[in-house]
Design a protein around this ligand. Structure first.
Ligand SMILES: [Zn+2]
Length: 277
C-alpha cells in the first residue's frame, strides 16, 4: 500500500513537473512575443503606413504626421542587405533585412555571392522623427479617421491607443520622401522646422509616397525637452538591434550555430520589414 502511494505521488510529481515545464516555456514564449525580454521590434520602431486593398476588403490611403527631431546632416546612413521577397528552403517567407557586416570589419554572410543572390548591399537612410499620428481614408470617401491600435493594459482589458511617439523613417536612396527632405534642407538649411505629411497610396508596384511640408512652427517645448534627453548616436544603436549584421559561419567567433538559428517573425513584422518609403 505504501509503495503504491509513493509511486502515485512520484507520478503526480512528474506530471506536475512536466506541466510546470510546459507552462514556463509557454510563459517565456509569451514574453518573447510581447517583446518584454528587451528585444526591440521592427513594427513598433518604424513609421509604418498601409494602403491599397486590406484583408477586410476596404481600400485605403494612410498619411502620417511627422516632425524630424534632428537635421538631415546628422541622418544615419548605413549599408544594408535587403530582400523582402525571400523564401527559405521549405518555401516559407524569410525576408532579409540586415546591416552589412563588412562595415564592422567582419566577413559578411550576405556579401557572399551577393550579385547572384540579388542581395547587393545598398545605402539606406534613417531619419529619427516624432510621429504625431496616422490617419486613414477609404478610397472614394473624403473624411479621415485617426488610426488606433488595440493593446491589453496591466488589468488585462483591451484599450485603444493612437499610434504616436519617437520612430524611425527608413528611406531608400531613390525615395521621393528623401529627395523632398533634401530639397527642404537645400532651401531652408533645417528639416526640423516643420511638420510633414507623408502619404501612402496604391499597392504593390503601384504604391506611391508623397511628402508635404506644413508651414514652419516652433517645436513644442515638451517635445524639445524629450529630444534633449536623446542622442543622435542612439539611432544607430537601434538600427543595429533591428537589423543585426550576419557574419559567415566559419568566422563566427563563438562557433555558435548560425544556420539553425530560428528567427521568430510574425506577419506584422514581415510586413514591417517591407516598410521602406
Ligand atoms: Zn555585406
Amino acid at each position: 500500500m505504501a509503495v503504491t502511494m509513493k509511486s502515485t505521488s512520484a507520478l503526480d510529481r512528474i506530471n506536475a513537473g512536466m506541466q510546470a515545464s510546459v507552462d514556463a516555456r509557454k510563459a517565456a514564449e509569451d514574453r518573447k512575443k510581447a517583446g518584454s525580454n528587451g528585444l526591440v521590434s521592427v513594427a513598433s520602431s518604424l513609421v509604418l503606413l498601409k494602403s491599397g486593398k486590406q484583408k477586410d476588403g476596404r481600400e485605403i490611403i494612410q498619411r502620417a504626421y511627422i516632425r524630424p527631431i534632428y537635421n538631415i546632416d546628422v541622418a544615419t546612413v548605413v549599408s544594408m542587405h535587403d530582400k523582402f521577397q525571400n523564401y527559405d528552403a521549405s518555401g516559407n517567407r524569410a525576408p532579409i533585412a540586415n546591416l552589412c557586416a563588412e562595415a564592422y570589419g567582419h566577413a559578411c554572410k550576405y556579401c557572399v555571392d551577393a550579385k547572384k543572390n540579388k542581395l547587393q548591399a545598398r545605402e539606406e537612410c534613417f531619419i529619427a522623427v516624432y510621429l504625431r499620428g496616422i490617419e486613414e481614408q477609404e478610397v472614394g470617401q473624403t473624411d479621415w479617421s485617426k488610426v488606433q491600435y488595440t493593446f491589453k493594459n496591466p488589468e488585462g482589458q483591451e484599450e485603444k491607443k493612437t499610434v504616436q511617439g519617437f520612430k524611425l523613417l527608413r528611406l531608400k536612396m531613390n525615395s521621393p520622401i528623401l529627395s523632398g527632405l533634401m530639397n527642404i534642407f537645400k532651401y531652408s538649411g533645417d528639416i526640423t522646422s516643420c511638420t510633414y505629411i507623408i502619404q501612402r497610396q496604391g499597392e504593390e508596384l503601384g504604391t506611391t509616397y508623397t511628402l508635404e511640408a506644413q508651414p514652419p512652427t516652433p517645436m513644442n517645448p515638451n517635445l524639445k525637452a524629450a529630444i534633449a534627453q536623446k542622442k543622435p548616436s542612439q539611432v544607430l544603436e537601434l538600427i543595429e538591434q533591428l537589423y543585426p549584421y550576419q557574419i559567415v559561419p566559419q568566422s563566427r567567433p563563438n562557433n555558435g550555430p548560425l544556420e539553425d538559428e530560428i528567427i521568430d517573425v510574425d506577419a506584422d513584422v514581415l510586413d514591417a520589414l517591407d516598410e521602406t518609403f
